[in-house]
Design a protein around this ligand. Structure first.
Ligand SMILES: [Zn+2]
Length: 353
C-alpha cells in the first residue's frame, strides 16, 4: 500500500486547514479551510483534485473553502456541521462516533471536544493516521473521545507550546468580572460554556438572542454529544433578560456574538458611546479586536478551546504515534517542539509512509 500525506495548508502558521491523504491512487482531502480575515490570501484550493472531502467541524478555517471546490467531489461531514455548508451543497453523513468506509479506507470518527458536531478523523491505513481537526480536553460542554492507536498524528496545536490550565484562565477572568463586562464570543461553544460558568460563580449575567437560540438548539441534541449533565445545567440557567437599554446595570456580564467585535450585539455595544462597561475578548483576535485592544478599548484573556502542550503530549502517548506534526502554529519554536515531542516531531509538509 502506498500512502503519502501532503499538508497543503495549516503547517507553520495559523492558516486554513487542508491536508491531502494519497492512498492507492485515491485522494482524500481532510478539511477545506477558508480565510479567517476577509483580506487574508487563501488560494490553496486552486486546481485541486480530490476524490472525497472530509470536514472535521464547521469553523471557517476548516470549512470555508468548500464553496470554491467542485460540487461533484463527494463531501462528508456530520449532520450538525452540514447545516453550515453552502446552500444546496450535497453531502453524506460522517458518524459523530463510529466508522464509515470512504474510497476503500476505513475511517473512525469521535468527538473532538471543541465545537458542536465536530469530530476527529482516524484513517485505518499505514498503522493508523490520526487527524484531530481542532480539539480540546477541557471543554465544559463537549466530550473528547479517545481515538484508536495511530503511527502518524496530525494535531491541532493552535496555541503552540502554551500550557496553562483552563482553571487558571477561569480564575484570571473571574477576578476581572467585578464591573459591567461584555464578552464577545462565537455563539456556538464558548458562549454556553461561559454561561454555565457565570451561573456557577453566581454572577449577574445575560446572553444575547443569538446565543439564546444556540442554547435552545443544544437542548434538543442527543445527550451523548454533550458532557454528562450539561442539558440539565442549561435548563437550570437563569440569565437576566437581554435588553438593549440597560447599559448601567452594575456588574452585569454580557455574553454576546460576534466574537470578532464587528457584527451582532457585540458590534452594536462596542460602537455605542453610552456603553461604559469593559470589553474582554477571550478567543482568536481578528483585526477589529486587536485594534480595540491596542486602543485600550478592550482586553484579552484566553479561555482555552484548543489543546495545551500537555494535552498534545498525552494524546501522542495514547496514540503511540511515531510521527507527530503540530498544525496551525508557528514553527519558530521548532526546538521547543523537538524537546516536547521527541524524535517523532515532524515539521515537513510531506509525509511518505
Ligand atoms: Zn475550530
Amino acid at each position: 500500500m502506498s500512502v503519502k500525506i501532503e499538508i497543503i495548508s495549516g503547517l507553520g502558521e495559523k492558516a486554513p486547514a487542508a491536508i491531502m491523504v494519497h492512498v492507492n491512487g485515491k485522494r482524500l482531502l481532510l478539511d477545506a479551510g477558508g480565510p479567517m480575515q476577509p483580506d487574508e490570501t487563501c488560494d490553496w484550493y486552486l486546481d485541486l483534485a480530490a476524490d472525497a472531502i472530509l470536514i472535521s467541524h464547521d469553523h471557517v478555517d476548516h470549512i470555508g473553502s468548500v464553496r470554491w471546490l467542485p460540487e461533484n467531489i463527494p463531501l462528508y461531514c456530520s449532520e450538525l456541521v452540514a447545516r453550515n455548508l453552502p446552500t444546496g451543497r450535497q453531502w453524506q453523513a460522517l458518524p459523530t462516533r463510529g466508522q464509515i468506509e470512504i474510497e476503500g479506507v476505513r475511517i473512525t470518527c469521535g468527538q473532538a471536544g471543541h465545537s458542536l458536531g465536530g469530530v476527529w478523523l482516524h484513517l485505518d491505513i499505514a498503522g493508523g493516521i490520526f487527524y484531530s481537526g481542532d480539539f480540546s480536553r477541557e471543554s465544559l460542554l463537549y466530550p473528547f473521545d479517545l481515538p484508536p492507536p495511530a503511527e502518524v498524528a496530525l494535531l491541532d496545536a493552535s496555541y503552540g507550546v502554551y500550557d496553562t490550565n483552563q482553571s487558571l484562565c477561569r480564575e484570571a477572568l473571574l477576578e476581572r468580572l467585578t464591573q459591567a463586562t461584555l464578552l464577545p464570543v462565537p455563539p456556538s461553544g464558548r458562549a454556553l460554556e461561559l454561561a454555565i460558568w457565570c451561573q456557577a460563580n453566581q454572577l449577574e449575567w445575560t446572553l444575547d438572542p443569538l446565543c439564546q437560540g444556540f442554547m435552545a438548539q443544544l437542548m434538543q441534541l442527543p445527550a451523548d454529544l454533550l458532557m454528562p449533565g450539561v442539558q440539565q445545567q442549561l435548563r437550570e440557567l437563569t440569565p437576566r433578560t437581554w435588553t438593549t437599554d440597560d447599559h448601567e446595570v452594575d456588574g452585569l456580564v454580557r455574553i454576546a456574538g460576534n466574537a470578532n467585535g464587528v457584527g451582532g450585539e457585540t458590534g452594536r455595544l462596542i460602537s455605542d458611546p453610552e456603553y461604559t462597561g469593559q470589553v474582554i475578548y477571550t478567543g482568536y483576535t481578528p483585526a477589529k479586536a486587536r485594534a480595540d485592544i491596542s486602543a485600550g478599548r478592550a482586553e484579552w484573556l484566553r479561555w482555552n478551546v484548543h489543546p495545551r502542550l500537555s494535552d498534545l503530549q498525552a494524546l501522542t502517548r495514547h496514540l503511540g504515534a511515531r510521527s507527530v506534526t503540530p498544525l496551525f502554529c508557528s514553527m519558530q519554536q521548532a526546538h521547543l517542539w523537538q524537546q516536547a515531542l521527541g524524535s517523532g516531531f515532524n515539521q515537513h509538509p510531506i509525509i511518505d509512509i
